[in-house]
Design a protein around this ligand. Structure first.
Ligand code: ADP
Length: 243
């Protein structure tokens, strides 16, 4: 059954969507509704896969959850805060406090070292990087197995290592939720497994929640819950049986 997850009651849900709708080109002849009334409850610390055919609305949903795009109708609460009606500044603050992002194409800046790339979110939000933040970034690189690569530039690292830098960067603010869009999509099997194992380890150690968009059924099966979108609706929502 879809939409019937029974989670233990926590004080506030991490994510609460109620009848969320998204249309593009609103009011124009080519207006199209892409998400048709999504109800979704995600608790703190979940590790969830978002799957579905190409064009089913996964990226659109992830962009809305990431506060990168507005919803058209319905409601979205992130950590108990309603996001509708927040201005850009408030959205930026909430995004910074609550979210980390890992994308398929890691978007590391080529002119910066691994360490500098990890501290980039701090540099961008505060204009400087404190000693504490630099230490935190160093510790994160160590946690992702890249202590020795701190001063290397992306071009000197393998694709898998670059993705681990991107995962460290997503964690530099210690967000309660990481959104990952095909995080292992451009990696070979071994590097993909390693990057995924790293996300699971972070989840276990820090209690970070993950929403992972993936085409890979093997990876989806290694999450705790699989939400499937088909044609902009939740077609199934199931817990994955422990191995
Ligand atoms: P998925 O990530 O599952 O492949 P998307 O969320 O990228 O799906 O796309 C869902 C649908 O929304 C597609 O039909 C796509 O063409 C449409 N779409 C996505 N972005 C836009 C946009 N900016 N304007 C109009 N239509 C869009």
């Amino acid at each position: 059954m879809s939409g019937t997850h029974n989670h233990a009651a926590t004080a506030t849900a991490l994510i609460e969507l109620h009848q969320l709708r998204k249309s593009y080109n609103l009011g124009q002849p080519n207006e199209a509704e892409i998400l048709h009334g999504i109800d979704l409850h995600i608790a703190h610390g979940e590790f969830l896969a978002l799957i579905g055919p190409s064009g089913s609305g996964k990226s659109t949903l992830l962009n809305i959850l990431g506060l990168l795009e507005p919803l058209t109708d319905g409601s979205y609460q992130l950590q108990g805060q309603a996001v509708q009606g927040l201005d850009d500044e408030a959205l930026t603050l909430l995004r910074r406090r609550a979210l980390g992002f890992v994308f398929q194409f890691h978007h590391l800046l080529p002119a910066f070292t691994a360490l500098e790339n990890v501290t980039l979110p701090a540099l961008m939000s505060e204009g400087r990087v404190s000693t504490k933040q630099r230490e935190q970034a160093r510790a994160l690189l160590e946690a992702v197995g890249l202590a020795d690569a701190a001063h290397k530039r992306p071009s000197e690292l393998s694709g898998g290592m670059q993705q681990r830098v991107a995962i460290a960067r997503a964690l530099v603010h210690d967000p309660p939720l990481v959104l990952a869009d095909e995080p292992t999509g451009n990696l070979d099997t071994a590097a993909s497994d390693a990057a995924f194992a790293l996300m699971r380890q972070i989840h276990e150690r820090r209690g970070t929640a993950f929403i992972v968009v993936t085409h890979d059924p093997r990876l989806a099966q290694r999450c705790d819950r699989i939400v499937e979108l088909v044609d902009g609706r939740i077609a199934s929502d199931q817990a994955v049986a422990a191995p």
